[in-house]
Design a protein around this ligand. Structure first.
Ligand code: UDP
Ligand code: MG
Length: 313
């Protein structure tokens, strides 16, 4: 039997909390009956500085419901930070934590499979959406494009996986070693390593209320994902510089020919060649400086250089 904690970040979720709690309570009752989880398993709501009655409701539910506990963040810091804050606060007390959004768009009936995978040795179990029928075509397309871009940039991401996942205490302790402030958990968790597995499910509609991820925040998250995982954008500047510099060589030959033919205004050849050459050189120089800044950036994250999985002695 597994002692399971649930980490549920909540930002202005007063409309869904009662429903969510009812569903989760039933699920917990069933899993305890099935001998899957221990009876002291808990549900942790993490209030991410909500401006509505979210915290009052969590407090009330905590008093009424034996499973519900709460953590209140001092102010709104965004989904990723709230989730990490919650995970780090509760990890030492349990065997594993499942993170899930408050709107229960992710299927809570996959908990059983996740826990079985955990019992079979997986330290991380990723929830992956098999279909995205409930998302708008726009969201599907942008998400698809985003995963493509990320993997092109060399980041290891699990396709169609958001932040619905199980992590063991050991994986969470390893995650705690990643000290970076710009958080993109989906990109970090695969870096932890260990044995992992995937559980598929269909994503449903939000229970109630509106998405707390408007387009602006989604773009912000995507940009954080790219810049916190990859130095390739900087390298693109260097490549661009090299390309422009090559063009300047072509321009040199071209304007030389034009000059021989006598097909130019005087001063044109020298001007056009210096514009291209200088442009190319400047881009190259920025790229080189950027390379060093990128290195400093990566160093400043103080990521762990290794994580030991097993020692035989
Ligand atoms: N959330 C949060 N802080 C924020 C924004 C969102 O904790 O600043 C939580 C929110 O309450 C929900 C989860 O993050 O539990 C995902 O948000 P939402 O369901 O609105 O995103 P979507 O499913 O539309 O991508
Ligand atoms: Mg949602």
């Amino acid at each position: 039997m597994v002692k399971l904690y649930l980490a549920v970040p909540c930002y202005n979720e007063e409309e869904v909390l009662y429903d969510t709690t009812e569903k989760l309570t039933k699920k917990y009752d069933q899993m305890i009956n099935d001998g899957l989880i221990t009876s002291d398993s808990k549900i942790y709501y993490i209030d991410d500085g909500s401006k509505d009655k979210t915290w009052t409701i969590i407090d009330e539910l905590h008093n009424k419901n034996k499973y519900v506990n709460g953590i209140k963040m001092s102010r709104n810091r965004g989904h990723q930070n709230a989730l990490l804050g919650g995970l780090m606060t509760i990890k030492d007390d349990c065997d594993c934590v499942i993170s899930i959004d408050a709107d229960l768009q992710d299927d809570i009936n996959t908990f059983d499979e996740m826990i079985k995978d955990f019992e079979n040795g997986s330290e991380i179990v990723y929830g992956v959406r098999s279909k995205r029928a409930t998302d708008t075509a726009f969201k599907r397309m942008t998400a698809q494009g985003f995963y493509k871009v990320l993997s092109m940039l060399g980041a290891e991401v699990v396709y169609n996986h958001a932040d619905f996942r199980l992590m063991s205490k050991r994986a969470l302790n390893a995650l705690a070693e990643f000290k970076e402030v710009n958080l993109f958990l989906r990109g970090l968790v695969p870096l932890v390593g260990f044995k992992s597995s995937v559980v598929e499910y269909e994503r449903s509609e939000r229970l109630a209320g509106e998405s707390k991820y408007p387009l602006k925040k989604m773009l912000g998250l995507a940009w954080d994902g790219v810049t916190s995982l990859s130095m390739k954008p900087i390298r693109m500047i260097t490549s661009l510089g090299a390309i422009v510099f090559c063009i300047s060589l072509i321009m040199l030959i071209y304007s030389f020919i034009m000059w021989i033919i006598g097909n130019t205004v005087s001063g044109w050849s020298s001007l056009i060649v210096s514009i291209w050459a200088l442009g190319g050189l400047q881009l190259l120089a920025i790229g080189v400086v950027g390379e060093y800044i990128g290195k400093i950036y990566m160093e400043s994250k103080h990521r762990p250089r290794f994580i030991v999985e097993e020692i035989l002695k």
